[in-house]
Design a protein around this ligand. Structure first.
Ligand SMILES: C[S@@+](CC[C@H](N)C(=O)[O-])C[C@H]1O[C@@H](n2cnc3c(N)ncnc32)[C@H](O)[C@@H]1O
Length: 258
């Protein structure tokens, strides 16, 4: 196993999203559980009465667009200019370039804040939650989805081990993949957890191009091109032998009220 080194996450994320805008949107739009994506799962938490909604760390804006309704303003905020350029080309916005740790919104001005992946990417969590709690109106909702460690099946574990052997690491995030005692963390910011669910999504790989896209969407700050090539070659060989590979993406959805 490669030595775990300290990652300069700010620089890594800036470069990753400048070079690969929309890659997360692309992969999560292909991630299915039945017929729905994690974006649809998250969008369902937002009340029809919510008229001002913020999509935090919106990336290319797929979730933002999923939330659009007549009479509702859905604002997408992200730190990456390249991601926002893509979002702007795809939908009306408003799109805001900014730091989720210093939200450019008035106190108690939003009905709902949602985020796909933002909670495992933006650190420190306590500062992020303090900002979210500040901008939510009383009774407003925070909901997010984030990748996590379960549910997985026994065959998922084998596939994960085979990929990890090639990459010599798991995909990494600035924040933890398993939130512990998160209800207490939310409470300390005046937020009450009302739901905590898990679903297993899967992305079907049918070609080398699919495998390249999937591996390129992972945060792998310590991994050399030779290792990512080995992982892609492994997936390609599996596709050749079995016709397809189903890559699991276990996700957790947490909903809280202010
Ligand atoms: C894994 S992507 C998720 C994008 C999108 N939510 C999705 O699920 O498709 C993480 C996003 O967080 C953004 N980001 C990272 N740090 C941020 C910060 N401090 N404030 C706002 N956005 C940030 C990145 O630019 C990137 O677009």
């Amino acid at each position: 196993m490669a030595k775990r080194f300290r990652v300069d996450w700010d620089s890594y994320l800036d470069l990753f999203h400048a070079e690969r805008p929309g890659v997360t949107d692309h992969v999560l739009s292909l991630a299915l559980n039945g017929h729905h994506t994690p974006y649809r799962w998250l969008a369902r938490t937002v009340s029809a009465r919510a008229t001002t909604v913020l999509d935090l760390a919106c990336g290319g804006g797929t979730l933002t667009r999923e939330l659009e309704r007549p009479g509702r303003t859905v604002i997408g905020i992200d730190a990456s200019a390249a991601e926002l350029d893509l979002a702007r080309r795809r939908g009306p916005g408003p799109w805001v370039r900014g730091d989720a740790l210093r939200l450019p919104f008035a106190d108690e001005s939003l009905d709902a804040v949602v985020s796909s992946m933002g909670m495992v990417v933006i650190q420190p969590t306590s500062r992020l939650l303090a900002e979210v709690a500040r901008v939510l109106r009383p009774g407003g909702m925070l909901a997010f989805v984030a990748p996590t460690v379960r549910p997985v099946s026994p065959s998922d574990v084998v596939l994960g081990a085979n990929l990890t052997r090639r990459l010599r690491t798991l995909p990494r995030f600035p924040g933890p993949l398993e939130f512990t005692d998160f209800a207490a963390t939310l409470r300390s910011h005046g937020l009450q957890k009302i739901e905590d669910g898990r679903e297993r999504y899967r992305v079907t790989i049918r070609s080398r191009a699919d495998a390249e896209m999937m591996i390129s969407a992972l945060y792998l700050p310590a991994t050399s091109p030779a290792r990512t090539d080995a992982a892609i070659a492994y997936l390609e060989a599996e596709v050749r032998d079995h016709g397809k590979v189903e890559l699991p993406i276990p996700m957790r959805r947490i909903v809280a009220l202010k």
